[in-house]
Structure formats: C-alpha cells, structure tokens
Design a protein around this ligand. Structure first.
Ligand code: SF4
Length: 281
C-alpha cells in the first residue's frame, strides 16, 4: 500500500463529477465509504487506480479524484491484475456490479483467486441489471419476475460469498450500503490485506428492484466469536441466505503472484549480471 505523507480527508478523493445514480441508489453509500476508508488509510490519491467494467456502479471511477479506467463489460479484474503486475507500487481497486463480476466477468474471478494478486475488488450487488433497465442478473432470486423473465427466473441464485470461499479468495467480506461505517472498515481491511480481497456489498437498486427494506430487516452482523481463519465455518455462514451475514468471513495470508513475479525478475536480472561479469573474469 502506498501511503501519503500529508493529512487527507474524504474530500481529497472526491472528483468534480457529480454522481448520476438515481436518488436512493445504494452505490452512493459505497462511494462515501470508499472516500472515507481511503482517506483514513492515508492512501496517496495519485498512487491509486480505480478500475471498473460496465454498469451503473461502474461509473464509480468518474467520481474519484484518483487515476481510473472505465473499461469494458466484465473486464475490471484482468485490467486491475495486469496493472498491479506491471506497477506493484500502485494501490489498485477494481469495482463493479453483480452482472459485471458474476456473469460476463465470472471467469476472471476464478483466476484472480488462484493468482492472489494484491488488489481489492468491491462488488455492488443489487440482484438486477440496473443500467439496461431491470433484467435478471446471476444474483437475482429463483422465480424473480422481470420484463425478461415474465414467468419467473428459471435459474438458481448465485452465492458470491460461498463461491469466493470455495475458490480460496484470500480475503472475503460482505458489507451493506446502508451501513457505511461498517463498510468503510471492511474496505480499509481489504486494501490493507496483501492479496486478492473481495468485498461483496449489498447495494439496492430502488428503481428496478428495491431490496432495501428486506435487507435492512434481515442483514445480520457476523457473530463476534467467528474465527476468520476458519474457512469451513465461513462457508457455513455464507450458506445463510435468509439472514445474510455482514462482516469479515475469511482471511488468509499467503504468497501473492505480484510479489513472486517481482522476486523472479530480480533473480533473472542477477543471473544476467553474473553471466555478463563472467565474461570479464
Ligand atoms: Fe442505482 Fe438502480 Fe438507478 Fe442504476 S438504475 S443508478 S442501480 S437505482
């Protein structure tokens, strides 16, 4: 993590572009939690890159006074990983929605988990495609009726936390957009974590599928005695979908690919220098 030497406030991360989300969109809460957490971490804005795909939540980089990419659908993770490999000195955050990360981009999630490159991914899940006006996404519940599924969704509902845990993502957490303080704390922990951190955020879309009241009534904090190194227990908590748990499910320290690649490059350079010097011995 690249820290700034000056005192920062949330305003230092706020761009002049006003968010274009609908009134009441959960993504506002995620944005303010992100401003808050990055300023508390003293992350240098000009050493930070925010990368998104396509979707309502993917407009995020425009509202941040950091470097950013608004890329193509489902491709925030490949770009974020490539950037971190090329520039391990930067803080890299990938952002997007449930359609972006769990539909077209889900293959990239598998490989990001295996590589464990030191990036943070924040997924704003509203269980619907908002930008294209309300079609089902992978996290929409079975039977959900929309314009694209007038007789109800036939597919099962994707479980992001259980999937991340079985893929062995090294940091897995869930926040709720209406609890920005708790979410900011999780984002801080995710950015501080060395490795791939996935923060799943329940972020309602009041325009096309308003889950706000249901989530407000059901979201439950992870029990205080949960041991985040216990992956089997974390999986058990993840399978509770009626009362979704919020907090840190799992955390594991293990080697990252960006660090391993850096060490390999150093060794290769030393080897090259040794061979070169042998010629003059
Ligand atoms: Fe937010 Fe839904 Fe509006 Fe998109 S359509 S900005 S997700 S409320």
């Amino acid at each position: 993590m690249v820290a700034s030497t000056v005192v920062l406030t949330p305003k230092d991360f706020k761009s002049e572009v006003k968010p274009t989300w609908c009134p009441g969109c959960g993504d506002f809460g995620v944005l303010s939690a992100t401003y808050q957490s990055l300023s508390s971490l003293k992350v240098a804005p000009d050493e930070t890159v925010v990368i998104s795909g396509i979707g309502c939540s993917s407009r995020f980089p425009h509202f941040m006074k950091t470097f950013g990419f608004h890329t193509v659908h489902g491709r925030a993770l490949p770009l974020a990983q490539g950037l971190k490999m090329a520039r391990p000195d930067l803080n890299v955050v990938a952002l997007g929605g449930d359609g972006d990360f769990f539909s077209i981009g889900v293959g990239h999630l598998v490989h990001a988990a295996l590589r464990n490159i030191d990036i943070t991914a924040i997924v704003m899940d509203n269980e619907i495609y908002g930008l294209t006006k309300g079609q089902t996404s992978p996290t929409s519940p079975h039977g959900h009726i929309t314009k694209s599924t007038p007789f109800g969704l036939l597919a099962s509902q994707f479980n992001p936390i259980a999937t991340a845990l079985t893929l062995n993502v090294s940091f897995v957490a869930r926040g709720f957009s209406s609890k920005p303080k708790e979410m900011a704390a999780l984002i801080q922990q995710g950015v501080n974590h060395r490795g791939f951190a996935l923060i799943h955020v329940l972020s309602p879309c009041p325009t096309f599928y308003n889950t706000f009241d249901a989530w407000k009534a059901s979201v439950t904090s992870i029990p205080a005695d949960h041991d985040p190194s216990n992956r089997a227990k974390a999986l058990e908590l993840a399978m509770e979908t009626e009362r979704p748990y919020m907090g840190l499910f799992y955390k594991e320290e293990r080697p990252t690919m960006d660090q391993a690649a850096y060490e390999l490059t150093q060794k290769a350079q030393e080897f090259k220098i040794d061979r070169y010097m042998e010629r003059f011995a």
